[in-house]
Design a protein around this ligand. Structure first.
Ligand SMILES: [Zn+2]
Length: 455
């Protein structure tokens, strides 16, 4: 009996080893494909050069979707279609801000409006400035000190935080909620220090959440924030002249783009891979998130080219409007619920196309442990960890339907140098790193499709 058991267990070990070998070989094929194709790179170059500033509601955002739709059709995807929905949108035509110096001289600062900022009156707002380092400090000062003034949130990036997403999170409240709090206290407008560790003249925009009262709000570059702070130290009565020309658009029609390869065994089960096609008005959106879109599209290209015969339906989703109102992710999740579509998992890439590092999983412990077993297969290609963590903003609304979510993670050290700024341009993309991202996303999806989850 003991001998039979030994023979049986040896046999099973050989079988498991064989499966691992087959998977290693397929993954090698996937990477050979990814590392010798420039299609994702070329697609990204097009998005950056021909459709920069593709914020929801812009012509560029529709052109970008049309370009990717033609690409998917050309690849021979089984289904390619727009998922139409309605959302508010916003556009910024211009923004400017000046320190009013002695004798009425003006010193221009590098700035950009936050979305969806209100416009200023045509001649701008001229007011004194109150500098604070936190929302609490503004609240403590109270409306008497703040009414009619411009609140300047100037808590800098903490460079001792290693993971830059946490560094960003540590500053984020100033931009995300600072304008609403200042508006409640009667402020005329808000200026926020750009959310970056860089010392340069590039402003970084982003979204803000207003309460009932809206006031104009903008970000200035970090060097200009330092200059403004110094100027205020010398003369606390210094005034600022601020100008924003922006427009809200109510309930426009827009689209997510969906492309599929139908599953060979379970066509009614879906695996989603995606990124967001929209980008702020001031940027080409190369890393954020043109890269996520072209890498997701490349997963479909690789499955097609290698004829990998996915068991489940592989669905690439290029979400509209991650940046302003996250309406594309909401529209997608709503449709999944209404149609009762079974989703095995959704994977998002929205952390740029830098050196591959990890996948994060937002699901129960068993699912995390199951997917973490694939890490040794992806380790040769740069994946150090598959661990519990964040999925993504666009796929986030699927969480309440119990769908496991995953995020592709790269080396984050340079991401916030570029994020939401004119610096996020195609020349910051490294072909090799982008290709490794394509390969890792395709390989991870291949394993999940082949073995399922909880089977
Ligand atoms: Zn993004």
């Amino acid at each position: 009996m003991k001998r039979l058991f030994l023979i049986l267990s040896a046999f099973l070990t050989v079988l498991a080893g064989h499966a691992q070998n087959v998977d290693s070989l397929t993954i090698k094929n996937i990477f050979d494909q990814a590392l010798t194709s420039r299609e994702a790179y070329n697609n990204l170059e097009y998005l950056c050069s021909e459709t920069p500033g593709r914020l929801i509601g812009s012509e560029a955002s529709i052109e970008a979707q049309a370009f990717m739709m033609a690409y998917f059709k050309n690849l021979g995807a089984d289904k390619v279609y727009y998922q139409e929905f309605k959302s508010d949108a916003w556009k910024c035509d211009s923004a400017a801000v000046f320190i009013v110096l002695e004798k009425g001289k003006l010193k221009a600062l590098h700035c950009d409006a936050l979305g969806p900022s209100l416009s200023t009156p045509a001649l701008g707002i001229t007011a004194e400035v109150v500098e604070v380092k936190s929302l609490d400090e503004a609240k403590r000062m109270g409306s008497e000190a703040i009414r009619g003034k411009i609140v300047f949130y100037n808590r800098p990036w903490d460079p001792t935080i290693i993971n830059t997403f946490y560094g960003y999170g540590n500053m984020h409240d100033q931009r995300g909620h600072g304008p609403a709090i200042a508006a409640d206290l009667g402020a005329a407008a808000v200026i926020v220090r750009s959310l970056t560790n860089c010392s340069d003249h590039i402003p970084h925009t982003g979204s803000t959440r207003y309460g009932e009262t809206k006031i104009p709000a903008m970000a200035i570059s970090t060097l200009d924030a330092d200059l403004l702070s110094e100027t205020l130290k010398k003369n606390p009565a210094t005034k600022i002249n601020m100008f924003i020309d922006a427009k809200e658009m109510k309930q426009i029609t827009t689209y997510n783009l969906i492309a599929e390869i139908t599953g060979s065994e379970f066509p009614d089960e879906y695996i989603v891979v995606g990124g967001h096609i929209d980008a702020w008005h001031n940027t080409a959106g190369a890393h954020d998130d043109g890269a996520g879109c072209v890498m997701s599209a490349d997963v479909l290209r690789t499955f097609k080219t290698l004829a990998l015969k996915n068991k489940r339906t592989l669905r690439v989703v290029l979400f509209m409007d991650e940046e302003l109102y996250q309406s594309g992710g909401d529209a997608y999740a709503k449709s999944v619920k209404e149609k009762g579509e079974k989703h095995l998992l959704a994977l998002e890439s929205d952390g740029g196309a830098f050196t591959p590092r990890y996948f994060t999983i937002s699901a129960n412990e068993e699912v995390v442990a199951e997917l973490a077993k694939y890490q040794p297969l992806l380790h040769p290609y740069g994946i150090d960890e598959i661990k519990a963590g964040w999925g993504g903003v666009d796929i986030g609304p699927l969480k309440s339907q119990g769908i496991p979510l995953a995020g592709y993670g790269t080396d984050s050290q340079r991401y916030f140098d570029l994020h939401h700024s004119a610096n996020d341009s195609f020349d910051k993309i490294n072909l090799r790193e982008l290709q490794l991202g394509c390969g890792n996303m395709a390989a991870f999806i291949y394993l999940i499709d082949k073995y399922g989850i909880g089977e």
